[in-house]
Write a protein that binds this ligand. Sequence first.
Ligand code: ADP
Length: 525
Amino acid sequence: MKLVLPPRLGPRAFDTALSAFAGVVGKDWVLSSDADRDAYADIYAPGPAEQWPASAAVAPASVKEVQAIVRLANEHKVPLWPVSRGKNLGYGTAAPRMAGSVVLDLGRMNRIIDIDPKLAYCVLEPGVSFFDLHEAIARENLPLWLSVPGNAWGSVLGNAFEHGIGYTPYGLHARNLCGFEVVLPDGDLVRTGMGAMTGNHAWHLHPLSYGPTFDLAFTQSSLGVVTRAGLWLQPAPAASLELVFDIPHEDDIGWVIDTIAPLKISGTIDQNVFIPSWLGKMVLKGQRRDFWDKPGAIPDWRVKELLAQYKLGYWQVALRLYGEDSVIRAKADIVRAAMARNLAAPPAEHWWHSGDERNAIDTTMGVPSAVPLQMSDWVGGRGAHMGFSPVVPATSEHVMGQLKRSRAIIAAHDVDFYASFTIGGRFATNINMLMFDRDQPEQIANMKSLFNALIGETAKAGYGEYRTHLGWMDTVMDTYDFNGHALRRLNERIKDALDPNGVLSPGKQGVWPAAWRDQAKEGRA
Ligand code: ADP
């Protein structure tokens, strides 16, 4: 990818800044060739990756180096875009929101600083991947389980910082974070929570600070570079039982939510219950042309045929219980009885007991996997996906309304429909996966118009997205409009106070520092 300089920075000033960075990390860790830039491009970009170009990347190996780079960025007015492992697929990968930003690649900071099996937590640097942590736990045979996202290729902390979700009792990943170490935009170093006291022993255990609690202010945020954080882990259960219910019809999702959400809220079910529609299974069986060889969405009659042929329900609930065998049996009776009120067929049941192998692609058992990435192959070509992900109250009324609305908009754009609802408690996260071929301009144009329609109509109905791709960060922030966009104004005031030169992640989540606010109109999809 050709060099695009940061706004208002000339080539000489840029080179001077890169040399200064090289003085900190060594010249091998300042990456600025065309090939380097390609490596930090958005491989799932809806359209040309050149829309969100990094000018270079710099990869520090220690907190001191991060501080030095951030200070130099202020001196040279160079915008930085921190990533942990930069595998944020569907949301921008490692690419920055503002063209010409320098990616601050934290992948070299990959130490597992501590794992405590007794109190079930670990302390990580940002470069630690799900696979690294899983292996470290397995190597020492520690009684701890991870919670992993659908695609576990990336960083444990990076995913939690983006508010990623998993399908275990610890599935709201940002909620497991406890106690941060952060380099602020001026290079200062702060520890949150109990860690604000030198040598405090409860840093990663007590989730509140003395005074305001800042931890989550550094997630989906441009207020600091997190250099380590504590993360609570699930104690390995003695046993686990999976109950798989095939749910025949699209409209059944209403009673399914009304049945499962109360059990989740009351604690009978601990897990984040993932309920994908049929296409979630089909994408693992082949490409769309194996099942339907015409352009446009697969028609309903063909969907019905496929469901019959592959013995699939429209939805599948793979619900998992964890804990002592006797407790699981009692809970399973409650779950079966509740589901039996609307569903005659009993669930398929799979027991696991401590000492048994765990299924290597079962995300409900905390084993990292990249298999779900296969969905990018669905349409063929240079496949990619984006997720449209609003959050709705976990009741049939809201879920059905959301389903019908997005279903109609997606059908009007003639795109295959793949929805899922994940019951996280009092809310459900509705992820609509949209697959496309990056080399088909008409598919890209259609995706953009579809995504804009989904955001607009969903906000009008009273629901917002929890996370989005670079190209829509501003559009989604626009939808959080209470009191003349008071949230954005608050974000901007804090941003400008902490980051007067706007060097950290300008435009992240639609928050622009004063220094670059004029760039907000660029890079919108
Ligand atoms: P992953 O590799 O786990 O998918 P990324 O490294 O791509 O995650 O991180 C996702 C996003 O989270 C980044 O684009 C960035 O905005 C933010 N982020 C990641 N790591 C940090 C960090 N250490 N400090 C601050 N923000 C971060």
